[in-house]
Design a protein around this ligand. Structure first.
Ligand code: NOJ
Ligand code: CA
Length: 679
């Protein structure tokens, strides 16, 4: 025993051996500020993190329990370790930034059981200047072949009772992530989703999330009353197990993003660095775009998905939307309700959805050809109602059909929950596998994917850049439904520092007719309080604030008629070289500047919550010594979200890198700015 332990220690760079058999090793970030330690004490393996010498995560458990196999977490010792350093830069076909530098130190530690079964695994840690990730690797071995993980023991024992911005997890409906955020200390948390944004009294921000979720269950975090420890809680199969696998096997990365100031949380690229490079060799067909669609009409009840007099997806209506897209430089038109299966209560009968057969009043091939001729892509909608098997069975007929028709993007949907006969937990391994199949099959047919009610984003888009965007948040649709469900004015300034840290969001901004039913657009079934609780200028700012390489111009096309402010939507970019947060406070306000990809053009988006605010920002991100013009779309006189959301003042002013801009926002308001070279 002793000699074995010494041999193991000799192989480990930093190794503390004591009489009790304790072992330890550590790895630091390239800037030396963050140190991740692994230690075995009394046969249990724990990890911890310090930043600038101050503990952030105190020693926290690692390991697994299995169905019908002994747990892997006790009687452990470190037997080997390997170190390596990486410094490389990769580009993203679409992104908040064009290039990402992956500079990290890696430590791999092999851990084995001291008992006769001698099962072993590696813990691999990568430490970057902006955070860290670690994962388990289970090699092929005689005593661990097929397994079912019942529980992952990984804990996050935080050194301080941090303040968390959280949404609940794993109850049937919130399983869809469409919840409003709350804040509170981690000692008061129950089961919450990731990304989980945590704030320390020092101002340090810590975001717990995961990366490269390929064949595993999504991770939620379980709090314990009056404890600073959050424990991994995995979504489950219907039979109760969490993960089914066979060695060799790797888990997703458990990630901790670290930022000294809230503004440094964005752009968040840690997860991308922990995903493998693109599997699509030529990505030129993957294009960012703005799109419109036959969509909002169903949510404000002027159209229906189902057949009948208000059917939205008719050939004539779709042509109008395509014409509008073509006339305004939008790249796509989404059509929902085109396919058979929407009649009756589709949330219960999703197993009858066809993904190839259209309603008789919808000419799919004719419209695809019409769109192509107008250089617009038809975005085909595939709502599954969580009847996933029914969708899976049709992938091999539907996607080749879409490809033949020249369709380059689809929108999938998974409305429903585990109480549906076909329903699987949205973050379960079953669904993770399903979404991978969708992304990969779509890639093989030249199709980009926008998922609604998705699995969480763990950075798949690095490997599969056709994974364009997703929902996985409470989007604009809630504002159409009225009642308490509408999004409060602070919502998007929380999303920016929470959900958005995982990846792009298909929020669908751009509602201009903000007082929906009061202006007579909605039929009587639309509740009178159904409306976005923002000003119009804030709807514009959301294009810059809430990143997505595909952004909807969500309103009915007639609501853009005669609206000078629509020019901003025509102009705004959706793909970026760089992103810089100029100001932010979670739940209060955000000001972000982004440079349009490949163009000498910047956009600034500013939003506030229910309070009117004036924020002064420097334009020092502009190249020095050059003259620019800022086109400013600001809240107009008397504007406020509550009873006067529509006034927008549009003005132009010369600016340079030396300019300081005073951004005045109304209650529930915002400001959208385009900065381009002065001519
Ligand atoms: C919910 C989605 O979020 C929404 O965009 C879609 O219109 C409906 N489901 C119907 O599929
Ligand atoms: Ca939804």
């Amino acid at each position: 025993m002793t000699s074995l332990r010494l041999a193991a220690c000799a192989a480990i760079a930093v190794c503390l051996a004591s009489a009790a058999g304790a072992q330890g090793t550590a790895v630091s970030s390239p800037d030396g500020r963050t140190v991740v330690s692994l230690a075995v004490t009394n046969g249990q393996l724990r990890w911890s993190v310090a930043r600038d010498g101050t503990p952030v995560v105190t020693p926290s458990r690692l390991g697994f329990t299995f169905r019908n196999l002994p747990a892997l977490g006790d009687g452990l010792r470190m037997v080997d370790s390997v170190r390596s350093d990486v410094d490389e830069t990769f580009s993203l076909p679409l992104g908040e930034v064009a290039r990402v530098r992956d500079r990290h130190h890696e430590l791999r530690v092999k851990v084995a059981e001291t008992n006769a079964s001698e099962r072993e695994f590696w813990v691999v840690v990568r430490v970057f200047d902006d955070g860290l990730g670690f994962r388990y690797e289970l090699p092929d071995q005689p005593n661990l072949k097929d397994f079912e993980i019942m529980d992952e023991l990984t804990e996050f024992s935080m050194a301080e009772d941090l303040k968390a911005w959280w949404i609940p997890a794993n109850v049937p409906t919130p399983d869809r992530q469409e919840m409003l955020y709350s804040s509170g200390h981690i000692s008061k948390l129950d089961l919450v989703q990731t990304p989980l944004t945590l704030v320390a009294t020092s101002g340090l921000h810590v975001v717990i999330h995961e990366a490269n979720l390929v064949d595993y269950a999504g991770m939620a975090l379980q709090g314990r009353s009056e404890s600073r420890t959050l424990k991994t809680s995995l979504a489950r199969w219907k039979d109760g197990s969490a993960v089914k696998g066979r060695t060799p096997f790797v888990t997703p990365w458990r990630t901790l993003q670290l930022a000294d100031r809230v503004e440094q949380l964005v752009p968040s690229v840690l997860g991308l660095k922990l995903n493998p490079p693109s599997r699509i060799a030529d990505t030129r067909w993957i294009r960012p775009m703005k799109y419109n669609g036959i969509w909002w009409g169903m949510h404000v009840n002027t159209m229906t998905w189902s057949s009948g007099p208000l059917h939205g997806a008719t050939t004539a209506n779709t042509r109008k939307y395509i014409d509008f897209a073509a006339a305004n430089g939008l790249g796509g038109t989404l059509v929902e309700g085109w396919n058979l299966g929407w009649d009756g209560n589709w949330m219960l009968t999703g197993n009858t959805f066809s993904f190839t057969q259209a309603y008789p009043d919808y000419d799919l091939p004719g419209l695809a050809a019409y769109a192509k001729e107008k250089k617009v892509s038809l975005i085909v909608h595939n709502e599954t109602g969580t009847f996933v098997e029914n969708y899976d069975r049709q992938l091999d007929s539907a996607y080749p059909l879409y490809q033949r028709l020249g369709v380059t993007a689809i929108k999938t949907g998974y409305v429903g929950d585990t109480t549906n006969p076909g329903g699987h937990a949205h973050q379960s391994q079953y669904m993770v596998r399903h979404h991978r199949r969708v992304i990969e099959t779509a890639a093989a047919h030249g199709i980009g994917v926008v998922m609604h009610e998705p699995i969480k984003d763990t950075g798949e888009r690095r490997t599969w850049p056709n994974m364009l965007s997703r929902e996985g948040a409470r989007g604009q649709e809630y504002n159409a439904w009225g009642g308490e469900g509408g999004n409060p004015p602070e919502h998007e300034s929380i999303l920016f520092f929470t959900r958005m840290l995982s990846g792009p969001l298909d929020f669908t901004p751009g509602i201009f007719n903000l007082l929906i039913s009061r202006s007579g657009t909605g039929v009587p079934r639309t509740p009178t309080d159904a409306r976005p609780r923002t000003t119009l200028a804030k709807q514009l700012a959301l294009y810059v604030v809430l990143y997505s390489p595909v952004q909807m111009t969500a309103d009915l096309i007639e609501n853009y008629e005669g609206q000078p402010a629509f020019q901003f939507i025509r102009d705004v970019a959706v793909d970026w070289d760089t992103t810089r947060v100029l100001h932010g406070r979670i739940g209060d306000d955000v000001v972000v500047a982004r440079k349009a990809k490949g163009r000498d053009e910047w956009f600034v988006g500013a939003i506030t919550d229910e309070e009117a605010r004036t924020i002064e920002v420097s334009l020092d991100f502009l190249p020095r010594g050059r003259a620019y013009v800022a086109e400013v779309y600001a809240d107009g006189p008397g504007a406020n979200w509550r009873d006067n959301p529509l006034p927008v003042s549009i003005s132009r002013q010369p600016v340079t890198s030396a300019t300081r801009l005073r951004i005045r926002m109304a209650a529930g308001g915002g400001q959208a700015i385009r900065i381009s070279p002065a001519r």
